[in-house]
Write a protein that binds this ligand. Structure first.
Ligand code: ZN
Length: 67
């Protein structure tokens, strides 16, 4: 179970636009510095709506390229 009592940056996160990712999966670490983030969370981006990392709340969308 997740500890929901700790400080949550959800309000700030909600102001961050979803991160565009090329590919069907993204490995989220919560931060570019692994020491500040969380264990790698693999997120599937097959859904139409942005996928949310359950660890840090960052949102990701698949960047569809149509050449
Ligand atoms: Zn994350």
């Amino acid at each position: 179970m997740q500890d929901t009592s700790k400080k949550s940056p959800m309000e700030l996160i909600n102001e961050v636009p979803p991160i565009k990712v090329q590919g069907r999966f993204v490995a989220c670490e919560g931060d570019s510095d692994p020491a500040l983030g969380h264990p790698i969370e693999f997120i599937c981006l097959d859904l139409a709506e942005p996928a949310v990392c359950k660890c840090c709340g960052l949102r990701f969308v698949q960047d569809h390229h149509h050449h």
